[in-house]
Design a protein around this ligand. Structure first.
Ligand code: 2MR
Length: 207
C-alpha cells in the first residue's frame, strides 16, 4: 500500500563521492552558484536512476494516477512531475505554503514550486536507490565582493555543461560538512580546462 510509505525517510541515504586521488566522472545536474551545486556520479547507479524514473513515470501515469497524499509536511519524500519533460522524479518537500509546495528533486538538485495536488506518495520500492544528487562547492574559490553574480552563474553553467548530460571530471579535495569540495575539469576539449582556475582568471571569482 503506497499510501503508507509517505514519511520523512531519514534513513534514505544520499550518494557520496569516493575518497581517493582518482578523477571521478560526473554530470553537473544543477547549480545555485559555484559555492553550491549538485553532481551525479557516473556509473551503474546513474543507469539505475534512468530506470527508476521510467518505472515511476509508467506507474504514476497509469495505476498510480489517482493516488493522493492525505497530508504533506516539510521533509517528506514524494513523487513529483518535472514540468519540462512529463517525467516523474523523487523529490523532498522543503516548504509547505498555502497552496504550493517547494520541492527539491533529490536525484538532480534542482527545485520547483508545485501545487500540492500534483505530488504523489512515493512507494517503498522507489526508495532503495540512494539519493543521487551530491551537493558540492568549488574548492578554493570565493565570490567577488558583490557576491555571486548572474554573469558568474551563467559562465559556470556553460563551463560545466549544467544539465546537458555531458561528462566532466572531478577531483574530490575534501568533504566539509557533507559538502564535497571539488576541482572540476572539462576534458572534452582539445586542451583540458580547470574550471576553478578559469572562473578566477576571468575575474568571476576570487582564489
Ligand atoms: N530529460 C530531462 C532530464 C531532466 C532531469 N530532471 C531534473 N530534475 C528533476 N533536472 C534536470 C531534461 O534534461 O530535461
Amino acid at each position: 500500500d503506497v499510501s503508507e510509505s509517505q514519511c520523512s525517510r531519514e534513513s534514505v541515504r544520499t550518494m557520496s563521492l569516493p575518497k581517493g586521488p582518482e578523477y571521478l566522472e560526473v554530470y553537473v545536474s544543477a547549480i545555485a552558484h559555484p559555492g553550491a551545486f549538485w553532481v551525479q556520479l557516473i556509473g551503474s547507479t546513474a543507469v539505475k536512476l534512468d530506470q527508476l524514473s521510467e518505472s515511476m513515470t509508467r506507474f504514476y501515469e497509469t495505476t498510480g494516477k489517482d493516488l493522493t497524499l492525505p497530508s504533506v509536511k516539510k521533509g517528506d519524500l514524494v513523487a513529483a512531475p518535472f514540468e519540462n519533460d512529463n517525467t516523474w522524479y523523487r523529490a523532498r518537500v522543503m516548504d509547505v505554503q498555502v497552496s504550493e509546495l517547494d520541492v527539491f528533486y533529490v536525484d538532480y538538485g534542482d527545485s520547483a514550486y508545485l501545487d500540492a495536488s500534483k505530488v504523489k506518495p512515493l512507494s517503498a520500492e522507489y526508495l532503495e536507490l540512494p539519493l543521487q544528487a551530491i551537493e558540492c562547492r568549488l574548492h578554493g574559490v570565493e565570490p567577488t565582493p558583490g557576491g555571486w553574480s548572474d554573469a558568474t552563474f551563467e559562465r559556470f553553467e556553460q563551463l560545466t555543461y549544467c544539465a546537458k548530460w555531458k561528462v566532466i571530471m572531478a577531483q574530490l579535495i575534501a568533504y566539509e560538512k557533507d559538502i564535497a569540495s571539488l576541482v572540476l575539469y572539462d576534458t572534452n576539449k582539445e586542451q583540458d580546462v580547470n574550471i576553478n582556475d578559469e572562473l578566477v582568471k576571468c575575474g568571476l571569482a576570487l582564489a
